[in-house]
Design a protein around this ligand. Structure first.
Ligand SMILES: [Zn+2]
Length: 288
């Protein structure tokens, strides 16, 4: 199944739902990042969460999520837009942690203490910025807490990444459910009750269920309208110009020092690993 997501709204307007399959995307990005198994599950969850939240953007808007905890992974970043283009990176891609209770120790790899940062470029003068403390460091709960507390939209997320015996991504995906105003506490309770008895998202995906079918099962008989269906793919918009700006931001002094010490300066994009090379002359021009 091609990676994609589906966004729906219930016919009574009380619920929004987004479901995604991200298997190929998670595999591609985690291979680029040389992530170990635990890091793959952690970044895979954040990539899937980013894709789900990105689906709520419009037009040219962009979203960036960053989780920085005190665990061995350091920092996980995901960027996405309304068109389903996603990129992600991880500072220390090797968690080197043993499984805990038969599961990958994502919370241990991320670290129990830390923050989730959210940036949104909504095309306004300044980007929207928000930050919440990590709740469980399992990522789905942390994103749900951000949506519920910061954006004030009661939300529930499920994010899953399942690996096969060789360490490849067998299935990845998830869904997001939001209660829209004025809200209906009884219906919310019923939906949460159903969520609690739900099998893991990845096992449903492995049975060949598509995102729309996940939502049908979740809403069980409640009518909804499909609002959009978006293909998901890896895309890194890095460029020479952007890389030059990163270098200029180092300051004249640092650039002059670099030009003095090195004949050639290499900058590697943290997302796609493309290497940009600058000669001493080019660095001197940027420093001037
Ligand atoms: Zn790049």
């Amino acid at each position: 199944m091609q990676d994609h997501l589906v966004r729906i709204i219930s016919q009574d307007g009380l619920f929004r739902g987004v479901a995604a399959v991200t298997t190929g995307l998670v595999q591609e990005i985690c291979t680029k990042q040389q992530a170990d198994l635990t890091a793959t599950v952690a970044l895979g969850r954040l990539l899937t969460g980013g894709a789900l939240l990105g689906c709520l953007l419009k037009g040219k808007q962009r979203l960036a999520l960053m989780i920085e905890g005190n665990g061995p992974l350091g920092r996980l970043s995901v960027e996405t837009d309304a068109e389903g283009r996603v990129r992600g990176s991880i500072l220390h891609p090797r968690a080197n942690l043993p499984p805990k209770d038969g599961r990958f120790d994502v919370a241990g790899a991320v670290g129990k203490a830390g923050f989730l940062h959210v940036w949104k470029d909504l095309g306004l003068k300044n980007p929207y910025q928000s930050m919440v403390q990590l709740q469980s460091s399992e990522i789905a709960e942390d994103l749900a807490w951000y949506l519920t507390s910061s954006e004030q939209i009661p939300s529930s997320l499920a994010l899953g990444v399942e690996l096969d015996s060789t360490g490849e991504v067998a299935a990845a995906g998830g869904f997001l459910i939001q209660s829209l105003p004025p809200g209906n506490p009884e219906e919310v309770a019923r939906l949460i009750g159903r969520l609690e008895t739900f099998p893991p998202t990845t096992s449903m995906l492995r049975q060949g269920m598509a995102p729309e079918q996940l939502l049908e099962r979740l809403f069980a008989g409640k009518n909804f309208l499909v609002q959009t269906e978006v293909p998901l793919r890896f895309h890194c918009p890095c460029s020479v110009k952007q890389t030059e700006q990163v270098l200029v931001a180092l300051g004249k002094e640092e650039l002059s020092r670099l030009a003095e010490e090195q004949e050639q300066v290499e900058v590697t994009c943290e997302f796609c690993r493309k290497v940009y090379q600058f000669s001493r002359e080019q660095i001197n021009i940027l420093a001037s």
